[in-house]
Design a protein around this ligand. Structure first.
Ligand SMILES: [Zn+2]
Ligand SMILES: [Zn+2]
Length: 210
């Protein structure tokens, strides 16, 4: 059976939070708990999932605003995973103050993501790909078996992540996309941090930045 994916659009800038679950073991991972940790917990309960980890594509506030409530409210330990190059951003509430917002600080990550690292949700393996440009420690999660890419704010349908925020680089984001997205098969489904889903093939043809 295929991996189960549920998307919740949350918070002030409509960030896509993904719940991914192995139907067999019920192990569940949350990618980018953008806002409303309690809503995410409720959803996990409804799905009958067992939350084991939070994977962060990067350290921006709109991708982690719900993490404090989510981790505190869960009955068992939750591993928080982030790339170390976004550590300072994470500790600075993901830059929320810059947008006139504030979020509750999340727990200290215990799992520091590295390029090429293998993660899993039950029987589904994911490869971590370091994709700097939007932020220095941005990563994407690729499941080859399921033809699935969780792309955070690296690439969107017909657009790319902004590079004008601190630590951003247009040159870097372009090479991250070329090396880590355009090298994937056309039928790879892209689930991004904002907006609708797309595919590698669709972006290869329609994305005006590429
Ligand atoms: Zn971002
Ligand atoms: Zn974002």
């Amino acid at each position: 059976m295929a991996i189960f994916v549920k998307m919740l659009e949350l918070g002030p800038v409509l960030t896509n939070c993904y719940l991914i679950m192995d139907d067999d073991s019920r192990e569940l991972v949350v990618i980018d708990p953008g806002w409303d940790g309690k809503v995410i917990l409720q959803e996990i309960k409804m799905l009958g999932g067992v939350l084991s980890a939070v994977w962060l594509t990067h350290g921006h506030f709109d991708h982690l605003g719900g993490i404090a409530d989510l981790v505190r409210g869960n009955e068992t330990d939750v591993e928080v995973c982030l790339h170390s190059e976004d550590k300072l951003l994470y500790e600075d509430q993901g830059g929320a103050a810059f947008f006139g917002l504030s979020i509750e600080a999340g727990p200290e990550p215990k799992c520091w993501l590295k390029d090429g690292q293998e993660l899993s949700v039950g029987r589904f393996g994911f490869e971590v790909r370091h994709t700097p440009g939007h932020t220095p420690g941005h990563v994407v999660f690729y499941c080859k078996k399921e033809n699935l890419l969780f792309s955070g704010d690296l690439i969107f349908q017909s657009s790319i992540g902004r590079t004008d925020l601190p630590g951003g680089s247009f040159k870097q984001i372009m090479s991250s996309i070329k090396e880590n997205v355009l090298t994937l098969p056309d039928n790879t489904k892209i689930l991004s941090g904002h907006g609708p889903e797309t595919t590698v093939g669709q972006e290869r043809i329609n994305n005006p930045y590429l």
